[in-house]
Design a protein around this ligand. Sequence first.
Ligand SMILES: [Zn+2]
Length: 144
Amino acid sequence: MTSTRRTRGCSLWAITGCGCGSLAIIGILLVFALLLLRMERERRDPSWDHRAYGACLQNLRYLHGAAERYQRDHGHLPARLEDLDPIYLDTPARLRCPLAAKGRGGPYRYTPDAKNPDDALITCANHGQGAIMVQRNGLLRVPK
Ligand SMILES: [Zn+2]
């Protein structure tokens, strides 16, 4: 038995289908817009590049460990970060913030403490307003 009755406008199934389809399209457009906003934000402010930020933190932690191994072998901290290469580094890329490697920032700053030769700071000023510091105790600190 077939129904010959026609309704005006959309049937219930058509409305449901249109609604789901519309929501899917709106969702896709929203995700696309959010990705574009994120890309634009990263382009304008490199510190928002979260992948680079994570890699930078890994580099700083690695450099801290490498400086400690250098100190254990030589009795003092290296005079420059470059002195760690190649023996104490897995790759020379550790010496540069990922943003600097992309041409969007400066190199790490290595500052031996003049008062205490066993202390040094390795800082990256590319991320945020402050700097990421590796302290002698191995803790990472992100100043406000
Ligand atoms: Zn960095």
